[in-house]
Design a protein around this ligand. Structure first.
Ligand SMILES: Nc1ncnc2c1ncn2[C@@H]1O[C@H](COP(=O)(O)OP(=O)(O)OP(=O)(O)O)[C@@H](O)[C@H]1O
Length: 411
């Protein structure tokens, strides 16, 4: 039984870890939601212990509540025990309404926590048996704090169990296939394999028929469906009975709709999911970058280095034309190349040549860190019309740190 304990108080994590170990369970700590998401994307946890109050002295439970809502949206089967102080009993009750399975009040007696863990473990086992295929446990999560990504996670939870056809659009590398897999894994038909039919200009009727035959009674994934020769669209539309259809298409929704024959579009787009470009999701650039640093450091057995301020600035400033896939590759490379204590801009190999007019790109042309920092700050302030909070968020800095740097550069 694997437990994830999300709490910024290391003493609490340690105390819970001791009790869990005595019960034969393993507990991993995460000091904040971001680290938690990173771990959740890598590994399946049976049980989550979630502190509702991260910032010391904050008793509204707001951040913890947000995490709870996101957790249950990302995984409706999650078994979550919330941790709260004495003053938080009303919050705990509210948390139960919002999907928590139980709550524990600090300071707890060891016996109380032990029995709560055991009860939750029984519940987790039952939920796992009734709802998960082994493959589901291995599917990565769709990470992101951006509101569009959160909406997609909620939508997946809502529509995946139905048989409704789903059309997923968005740029190459942005997460369409991952979204498709998650829809399949959460569906009632997930016992059957997802039959993938990659569309391309040379695809013929015989190969399509054979894939559709395999998918009968299950789910077919029409990958990049707009690549299919237009002459085959009506023919395909007439043969999509008896299976659930998930289709992906590169490009913006309007363009995709126009590229599909009306009959085929009608068969595919009962539910449409638009995966946004990473360019539009600044907070997610930082979150995904940190997640990939952890993932690839663990995979390649190297120490987990932090990203230097300049490297993070360059990541935020980049438009990432290859989307999440491009960011993932850049970080894997940086993890392998980094020799110092931090990952620095040079390790990222961000290349400005394919976007010559991108004003925020940390240019390869001028590698002077001081000037680059000043340029990034100016650009962020400009972009957010001197709204310090927003500019700081985009730069991955606190407001105070941004003020300090503005003073340094005389801005
Ligand atoms: N939100 C996300 N959280 C975690 N990983 C992600 C996310 N979005 C994408 N990825 C990862 O980025 C890579 C590219 O994503 P994916 O293959 O789903 O893109 P795609 O839109 O289907 O691209 P293509 O159109 O080229 O097929 C994958 O390794 C995927 O797991």
């Amino acid at each position: 039984m694997q437990i994830l304990c999300i709490d910024d108080d290391a003493d609490i994590v340690q105390a819970a870890g001791l009790i869990a170990r005595r019960k034969g369970m393993q507990l991993t700590g995460a000091e904040n939601p971001q680290v938690a998401w990173s771990l959740l994307a890598e590994q399946r946890f049976d049980l989550i212990l979630l502190d509702l109050n991260f910032a010391r002295g904050n008793t509204s439970g707001e951040e913890g509540f947000r995490m709870l809502t996101d957790l249950t949206a990302a995984d409706p089967h999650a078994v979550v025990i919330v941790i709260t102080g004495h003053s938080g009993i009303n919050i705990a009750v509210e948390a139960m309404r919002a999907g928590a399975s139980d709550f524990v009040i600090k300071p707890w007696s060891n016996d109380t926590l032990a029995s709560k863990l055991e009860r939750a473990a029984t519940l987790a086992r039952a939920r796992y048996r009734s709802s998960f295929s082994p493959e589901e446990a291995a599917t990565p999560l769709l990470l992101g704090e951006d509101s569009a990504i959160k909406r997609i996670r909620t939508l997946i939870t809502r529509i995946a169990p139905t048989a409704a056809p789903v059309l997923i659009t968005g740029p190459a590398g942005a997460g369409k296939s991952l979204t498709a897999q998650l829809v399949h894994r959460r569906s009632a038909l997930n016992e059957n394999p997802l039959i993938r039919l990659p569309a391309h200009a040379d695809l013929d009727e015989a190969s399509i028929s054979s894939a559709l035959e395999q998918a009968r009674g299950g789910t077919v994934l029409l990958d990049n469906v707009v690549e299919l020769p237009r002459a085959l669209h009506p023919w395909l539309a007439a043969r999509l009975e008896g299976m659930r259809i998930i289709a992906t298409a590169r490009g913006e929704r309007g363009m995709v709709r126009a590229a599909l024959d009306a009959d085929l579009l009608y068969r595919l787009n009962t539910i449409e999911i638009e995966v946004p470009s990473l360019k539009e999701r600044c907070a997610d650039k930082a979150l995904l970058a940190r997640h990939f640093v952890e993932r690839f450091s663990r995979r390649h057995g190297v120490p987990v280095r932090t990203l230097s301020d300049e490297a993070l600035g360059a990541i935020l400033a980049d438009d990432w034309p290859d989307e999440v896939r491009g960011l993932q590759q850049a970080i894997e490379r940086a993890v392998l190349l980094a020799g110092g204590e931090e990952i620095v801009v040079a390790d990222l190999g961000i290349d400005s040549s394919h976007a010559p007019d991108a004003p925020l790109r940390a240019g390869a042309a001028d590698l002077n860190l001081d000037r680059t920092e000043r340029r990034l700050i100016e650009a962020a302030l400009d972009r957010h019309r001197f709204n310090i909070s927003r500019a700081a968020e985009e730069l991955g800095l606190t407001r105070a740190a941004l003020y300090r740097r503005m003073a340094k550069h005389g801005l």
